[in-house]
Write a protein that binds this ligand. Structure first.
Ligand SMILES: *[C@@H]1O[C@H](CO)[C@@H](O)[C@H](O)[C@H]1NC(C)=O
Ligand SMILES: *[C@@H]1O[C@H](CO)[C@@H](O)[C@H](O)[C@H]1NC(C)=O
Length: 246
């Protein structure tokens, strides 16, 4: 059955070996055709200003594969913090004409879009994924302090893909370990603390909930992981101050 096949392939994404922390989300009252918009609040409460962490939310398209949106720290530039926002599709046959986007996602089919700006640590950014009414899905970062809308990118998915499904999961990953894991790597994990906020949508009577985070992957029990429910979402932290992952 097609649906069964899709859930198995999603499970393999969620259980990708090197992610550290997962956190499921769900939205009530989603029509069978899926949502045409969903927004994921995300706050990087604390993380070193270095590349390596990816704080992401996955979303699934009805009758199709998944996409991600999320944030990654970057080294400061000219004394100012820099955040890297990601918006991607893993659906084979996705296309784009957006200057922030390119073909391919994590070495497989799809489209990846990214944009860097002087994002502020400790500030909540709302990552909006929205169908724009003429076949294009648009990823936008909303700055919840200034109200600014920052364009990440846009893509078109094949016509058999419907809207966004009612549940999926976010994750925290230290991505340099996807290509090389140093000896005793878990003890080298840099510290991070993030809040995955409850997702929301403009769809009538739909309410989003983020579930408590959990550990998975090959460092379970070794990275000082903690999770706690906070107003509007779920906070998690892991890793060790002063470490660089190497
Ligand atoms: C998903 O696939 C089923 C079975 O082919 C079909 O009936 C349904 O209309 C599709 N949904 C969307 C949103 O395309
Ligand atoms: C949707 O996005 C595409 C690509 O940016 C654009 O050409 C089109 O005009 C947009 N449609 C609407 C309704 O905004």
């Amino acid at each position: 059955m097609k649906t069964a096949f899709i859930s198995i392939s999603l499970a393999s994404f969620i259980l990708s070996a090197n992610a550290l922390v997962g956190s499921s989300w769900s939205v009530t009252n989603v029509p069978s055709t899926g949502l045409t918009d969903i927004t994921f609040p995300l706050t990087i409460v604390e993380a070193d200003h270095i590349s390596g962490y990816y704080f992401a939310q996955q979303f699934g398209f009805v009758n199709s594969s998944i996409g991600y949106t999320g944030l990654q720290p970057r080294p400061d530039a000219d004394g100012k913090p820099v955040l890297h926002a990601v918006f991607s599709s893993f659906i084979d046959g996705s296309t784009t004409t957006d200057k922030n986007c390119a073909a391919g996602a994590d070495g497989g089919p799809g489209v990846s879009c990214s944009f860097e700006w002087n994002g502020v640590y400790g500030r909540r950014y709302d990552l909006e994924v929205k169908f724009n009414g003429s076949s294009v899905w648009v990823g936008t970062v909303i700055d919840t302090v200034t109200g600014a809308r920052i364009h990440i990118g846009s893509y078109t998915v094949p016509t058999n893909a419907g809207g966004i499904q009612s549940s999926q999961a976010g994750f925290v990953e230290w991505y340099p370990w996807n290509s090389y894991e140093p000896p005793n790597h878990c003890a080298l994990l840099p510290y991070q603390k993030t809040i995955f906020g409850n997702p929301y949508t403009t769809h009538l009577l739909s309410v989003g909930t983020q579930s408590p985070s959990y550990e998975y992957g090959d460092c379970v029990g070794q990275v000082a992981f903690q999770t706690v429910e906070v107003l509007g979402g779920v906070e998690n932290n892991c890793g060790f101050k002063g470490m660089t992952g190497m």
